[in-house]
Design a protein around this ligand. Structure first.
Ligand code: ADP
Length: 475
């Protein structure tokens, strides 16, 4: 049975532990009870022997019996002798029996050497004697002295039978009661463990259904206990898994859709050009148009590859000091070139000398992407303003345009992969819908954020926030 532990259910293990623990406790308890009871009974017997001895010795002294006395006189003198459960013996100072009560068994129980010695020294002594196969007897030898001389030794004895019987009864009760208590508790424990673990079975069942492919399954939970928390954590996890799988499916659908459009265009134009012999100019035009679409496809593929490498954590981001103001100024000049055709001017607003830690190349890509969008979605002869300020330990790059703008709903979605607004599609054919996803990734990889505030038809303002390097002021 190599894997016994793994195969045994928690319920069985719990019950075994519980039953075993209880049995052990019962055993300890029973043993302790037995020992305490035996002690108490012995004490009680000794005390009663002592009381009887004291009373008898007092009577003896009062009556001043000499060494020769009659049993009847004695019996009359103190009724303790008539007690059934005790017997008396009176020994002379040398240990010879002078008198003994009638209820003593015929057997002669001589005075032991220890008892005699103790009596001579004036000490009472308890002894237990056992004759073969018989019930043991408890004896008290009690010296009766006159001044310093030992006159008699009074011995009181009693059978230990009642004690033995009592203890035997106790053992009987414990032997029957303890296993019964253990059995009842184990059954109760088994039932309770079953009840407590039922939700775990439910979770397992649901998990099996989910593993079968149905990600819409959830575990019903109402309790707030450990199992309830496990169930809601599990539900949360499945929820996130479902969302990411949906995202991945959406992503592949969008990616194929975005790649199909330029492919269809390329195919259509090539087929058209080949339908009949044409002039070199027409071929050239067709090839140029194809090249444009191929460029677009390569961009999509490149951006997709970047994002998937980023998802896998394979994109390295350096952490060098980057002079943001210089970067912003350079990008402004590039933007002027980008907007030349449409006469879109990019101006610099307030630009503070600020430094951040990061990857200059990636940060350039980030800001340029946003500025490129601002130019792309501006109207002809529009303006774009670039600014760099600091606020609460963050460098803020702002890119303001007065172009097509976005609705609030669109603003929430622009950072999603492949998302393009209708206005954007109508305004600029070029575009992959991946640029802002990449921007968001770069900003977050630098522990920063990118946000948008926009009014549809009026323009947008993108704000990139990046943590400033300490001692940022530069001469
Ligand atoms: P694209 O390649 O389409 O520009 P992006 O990811 O860069 O892809 O942008 C996603 C979408 O966000 C754009 O298609 C456009 O709808 C919207 N967008 C981005 N920047 C602006 C802007 N400055 N003004 C209006 N819409 C914008």
């Amino acid at each position: 049975m190599p894997n016994m532990r793994a195969n045994t259910s928690i319920r069985v293990r719990l019950t075994i532990w519980y039953g075993g623990g209880l049995a052990l406790i019962m055993l300890l308890f029973a043993t302790a009870l037995y020992v305490v009871m035996a002690r108490a009974l012995e004490d009680q017997i000794d005390r009663s022997l002592e009381e009887a001895a004291v009373a008898a010795s007092q009577s003896l002294e009062e009556h001043r019996f000499g060494p020769f006395l009659l049993l009847d006189d004695l019996a009359q003198a103190f009724p303790e002798l008539a007690l059934l459960d005790k017997f008396f013996q009176i020994f002379g100072p040398q240990g010879q029996v002078t008198l003994q009560s009638a209820n003593i068994k015929t057997r002669n129980i001589p005075l032991s050497q220890t008892a005699l010695q103790s009596s001579l020294q004036g000490r009472a002594v308890f002894e237990t004697v056992r004759f073969r196969d018989e019930i043991p007897i408890r004896l008290l030898s009690y010296p009766i002295r006159h001044g310093q001389t030992l006159v008699n030794i009074l011995r009181v004895g009693t059978s230990l039978q009642p004690e033995k019987e009592m203890l035997a009864r106790l053992v009987f009760v414990l032997l029957i009661g303890s296993p019964l208590a253990v059995v009842v508790s184990v059954l109760g424990g088994w039932f309770l463990a079953g009840r407590a673990l039922r939700p775990v079975d439910d979770i397992t069942l649901t998990a099996q259904r989910i593993a079968g492919g149905d990600l819409t399954q959830r575990i019903e939970t109402t309790s707030k206990d450990e199992i309830g928390r496990l169930a809601s954590t599990f539900n949360n996890m499945i929820g996130r898994l479902e969302a990411s799988i949906r995202q991945i499916r959406q992503f592949s659908a969008d990616a194929s859709h975005e790649l199909r459009t330029p492919l269809t265009i390329t195919k259509g134009e090539t087929e058209l050009a080949l339908r009949k012999p044409r002039s070199p100019e027409v071929y050239r035009e067709a090839l140029e148009s194809n090249l444009e679409e191929i460029d677009r496809m390569s961009r999509i593929v490149e951006e997709l590859m970047f994002l998937s490498r980023a998802d896998l954590g394979e994109v390295h981001v350096a952490s060098d000091p980057v002079q943001l103001d210089t970067l912003v100024q350079e990008i402004q000049m590039q933007a002027m070139v980008l907007g030349k055709e449409q006469q879109i001017a990019t101006t610099l607003g307030q630009v503070e000398p600020l430094r951040v830690s990061g990857d200059e190349w990636r940060l350039r890509e980030l800001i340029l992407n946003v500025v490129d969008n601002a130019v792309k979605y501006s109207l002809p002869r529009g303006t774009v303003e670039l600014g760099l300020t600091q606020d609460r330990g963050m460098a803020r790059v702002t890119v303001q345009d007065h172009g097509i703008g976005m609705t609030p709903e669109e603003q929430r979605l622009v950072f999603d992969r492949f998302y393009r607004t209708d206005a954007a599609r109508a305004h600029a054919q070029k575009g992959t819908g991946l640029g802002l996803s990449i921007c968001k990734w770069i900003a977050e990889a630098h522990h920063g954020t990118i946000e948008v505030a926009s009014t549809f038809g009026q323009g947008s303002r993108f704000t990139i926030s990046l943590p400033l390097l300490p001692a940022t002021s530069v001469s």
